[in-house]
Ligand binder design. Structure first.
Ligand code: ZN
Length: 216
């Protein structure tokens, strides 16, 4: 309580004092370009279905340069503010309605163990956990594992990236499941594609994806 008084929680964007369970103030929140299910924005689907077969593609925010969405994801990744993942999950539950035939299982893109050790946490966990609670769908964070560190993936050419498709491996034998795969930002889609193909190896599995932000 004393700490709250000395160091009140402030809006990530404008520094206005806000409640302890918030990350941005109401005014700044209006600046975020949320994606709504009804808006008919198919960009994520259009980009991902070229890389792997999928049923549905859900995104929460747009990720333009200097956008508040970018600040929020940065906060989530590097500032160890657990509340960020929780709030993003609340926004996701509030703004995105999943289409009928809900996924049966939620999983996340795993961090490489080295990265996990350095950062201390996977920024996707709390988000996925809370979203799973809202949707009443089980969350398994160990469904896929990362095989090895993938250096400077962005710099590699296409051939190299194709070779790196085996970056992940399936950790459990699951079949005939509709899986919801979660990541924070969809940029090239290569990481997601790599994980997607692993999840789709066993018979009968199908996939939908959910990203916090789409980088255009
Ligand atoms: Zn603000």
């Amino acid at each position: 309580m004393l700490l709250d008084f000395l160091f009140p929680n402030r809006c990530l964007n404008c520094q206005t004092i806000i409640g302890g369970q918030e990350i941005v103030c109401q005014i700044c929140m209006e600046q975020i370009r949320f994606h709504h299910s009804e808006s008919g924005d198919e960009r994520l689907y259009e980009r991902s279905h070229l890389l792997f077969p999928l049923r549905e593609a859900y995104m929460l925010m747009n990720f333009e340069k200097k956008s508040l969405a970018r600040k929020i994801i940065h906060e989530l990744k590097y500032k160890r503010r657990e509340i960020t993942g929780k709030i993003l999950a609340e926004w996701a539950a509030e703004k995105i309605t999943l289409k009928e035939e809900l996924p049966q299982l939620i999983t996340t893109i795993p961090l490489h163990p080295k990265k996990l050790k350095k950062r201390g946490y996977n920024q996707l966990h709390l988000f996925a956990e809370k979203l799973a609670e809202h949707l009443h769908i089980p969350y398994d964070h160990e469904l896929i594992l990362r095989k090895r560190h993938n250096k400077a993936q962005a710099l590699q050419d296409r051939n190299q990236r194709m070779k790196n498709r085996t970056e992940f491996q399936l950790n459990k034998n699951i079949t005939h499941q509709h899986i919801l795969l979660i990541d924070d930002v969809f940029t090239t889609g290569n990481t997601m594609a790599s994980a997607a193909w692993e999840l789709l190896k066993p018979p009968g599995n199908s996939l939908s994806i959910f990203v916090m932000a789409l980088d255009d």
